[in-house]
Write a protein that binds this ligand. Sequence first.
Ligand SMILES: CC(C)(COP(=O)(O)OP(=O)(O)OC[C@H]1O[C@@H](n2cnc3c(N)ncnc32)[C@H](O)[C@@H]1OP(=O)(O)O)[C@@H](O)C(=O)NCCC(=O)NCCS
Length: 146
Amino acid sequence: MSDRDVAHRTLLIPHPYEDGMAEAWIAKHTGDFGDRRTATFAMVERDRNHLCGAIGLGIDRDHNIAELGYWVGKPFWGNGYCTEAAKEVIRHGFTSLKLHRIHAAHFVRNPASGASCKSWECKPRAASDSTPQSGASMRMSCYTVC
Ligand SMILES: CC(C)(COP(=O)(O)OP(=O)(O)OC[C@H]1O[C@@H](n2cnc3c(N)ncnc32)[C@H](O)[C@@H]1OP(=O)(O)O)[C@@H](O)C(=O)NCCC(=O)NCCS
């Protein structure tokens, strides 16, 4: 997560990523999961149980909808981890969490995330501008997962 190439493609990962931020982020997961605010999962390498990324649903409890977010560590890009994890987390969101809808969005200048979104069934929504924690406002392509 301290990798600029990862942070600058996401809305929520700060950069620089200071000591202690990862611990604080991880410490929130259990409580937020219990309160149904987020459902965050580790992605691990297929051949050994080492962390290679994370994926999660940020849940709007009032409307029972969620936003899907994900990152994969750079050495692991292009191995299908995001596609495989997203399909499972989307299935979990609809079947176990009983969400009505799941949204996803990526910066227009992030084709890898765009390709990931297109690898599961989704409908495009109106584009919008958003400001990432690590920089200036940018155009986003937005999707509703079907
Ligand atoms: C986006 C990201 C999560 C993709 O993870 P990944 O595990 O490498 O993705 P996958 O291997 O599952 O590939 C998904 C699709 O993206 C395509 N892809 C992968 N890297 C790509 C690249 N650099 N440019 C274009 N397409 C790319 C793959 O070919 C695949 O498409 P296909 O199914 O049509 O073959 C990863 O690049 C990443 O963490 N980027 C930085 C953080 C980020 O962008 N998070 C998402 C914010 S919206």
